[in-house]
Design a binder for this molecule. Structure first.
Ligand code: NDP
Length: 338
């Protein structure tokens, strides 16, 4: 394979857009040892580790810089922060730590990848082309939302797609959760640790969830399932928090208001892997498949970490863990490459 970093590159300028653009243009014939796509906990951790291994990583921040934590408020389950930390602040710290070592962080997104031969080629939305010996994919996943206007306005103010992250803030409160799959049953059950009452809003008259998970939810005295129920609106942006929902019963045809303190979504996640679907092996839901106990994908030299390959744990700390794994595996791969 071509030598990594065959033309020694200078560090990217941190000044103006035009000088960064010029630098990127000059870099088009350089083979970067490692290019990281995505800037959540997985991507930045991969950057910190590869940078400290002198691999001078290039990191493309992507369309949602900082990833899913930038749309949450307090993060209380990330170790090392006994008082908790704001999601956006945590991600700023990740970025600073990656930049402190020799990571070049670029505010652009990969739009096209050619992984058919090495060096790999990555094109971006700013019309830059980068070549690299290894790629670490950390593009994350996005929680599915219903697409209601007020749902977006009240995100982090009572609307949440992560019960593990935000359940704690609903001690003795009334909560609604939409969805009828395993995630909804698991998260509703989890939320009963805090909430006084959890209403599961299920659009059909049956769960999609496995029998065991469904039975656990149905057997929980704090959970009330509202079948055939669709969410039409979330209130109240003027109050700056969730105060209630407009619901529709698709069996009776009735629309009604229901007061609540929190609105959780558990209607699935979509991994951000569209870009790779023709090149890499994915499962039926689009998650990148990696080898057991590894971040190696179906193409040697391409590694995947964080929520784009993990549909089970989906936590910032596990994403950071797999980011570390990807970095170490990329380093080993480069050592063994001829
Ligand atoms: P699923 O796709 O399994 O379920 C999604 C649920 O959300 C369904 O009940 C679906 O309804 C409902 N839904 C989807 N869109 C809407 C909408 N617009 N309005 C209202 N309801 C909607 O996703 P999950 O995240 O629950 O699970 C994903 C995968 O992860 C599954 O394979 C699951 O088994 C697995 N998992 C396993 C767990 C475990 O074993 N511990 C825990 C969590 C997940 P409908 O049925 O009508 O389509």
């Amino acid at each position: 394979m071509p030598a990594a970093n065959s033309k020694r590159r200078s560090s990217a300028p941190r000044s103006t857009h035009s000088s960064i653009h010029q630098w990127c243009r000059e870099m088009s014939d350089v083979v970067h040892p490692t290019l990281i796509i995505g800037s959540g906990p997985a991507g930045y951790t991969a950057a910190i580790y590869t940078a400290r291994a002198n691999l001078r990583p290039l990191l493309l921040k992507g369309m949602q810089p900082g990833g899913q934590l930038t749309i949450t408020t307090d993060v209380e389950n990330y170790p090392g922060f006994p008082e908790g930390v704001l999601g956006p602040e945590l991600m700023e710290s990740f970025e600073k730590q990656a930049a402190r070592f020799d990571t070049t962080i670029l505010p652009e997104a990969a739009t096209k990848v050619d992984l058919s031969s090495r060096p790999f080629t990555i094109e971006t939305n700013l019309e830059h082309t980068f070549r690299c010996a290894t790629v670490i994919i950390s593009t994350g996943a996005s929680a599915n939302y219903l697409g209601l206007e007020n749902e977006t306005k009240l995100q982090g103010r009572g609307v949440s797609a992560c019960a593990t992250c935000d359940g704690f803030f609903f001690k003795d409160k009334d909560i609604c959760i939409v969805g009828g799959g395993d995630s909804a049953c698991e998260e509703a059950t989890f939320l009963t640790k805090y909430a006084s009452k959890v209403h599961m809003l299920v659009r059909r008259d049956e769960f999609r969830a496995s029998k065991i998970m469904a039975e656990r939810a149905l057997g929980n005295p704090k959970i009330e399932v509202q079948w055939n129920t669709e969410v039409r609106d979330v209130h109240d942006p003027a109050a700056g928090k969730v105060t209630g929902l407009t619901l529709y019963n698709n069996k009776t045809g009735k629309t009604f208001e229901q007061a609540t303190d929190g609105f959780f979504l558990a209607i699935g996640h979509t991994p951000n892997t569209q870009l790779f679907k023709d090149a890499l092996r994915t499962d039926a839901s689009g998650y990148l498949i990696t080898k057991p106990d590894s971040t190696a994908t179906s193409i040697p030299g391409v590694f995947a970490c964080g929520d784009c390959q993990d549909h089970v744990y989906r936590q910032a700390v596990t994403a950071a863990g797999t980011g570390c794994m990807a970095a170490l595996e990329a380093e080993r791969f480069l050592e063994g490459a001829d």
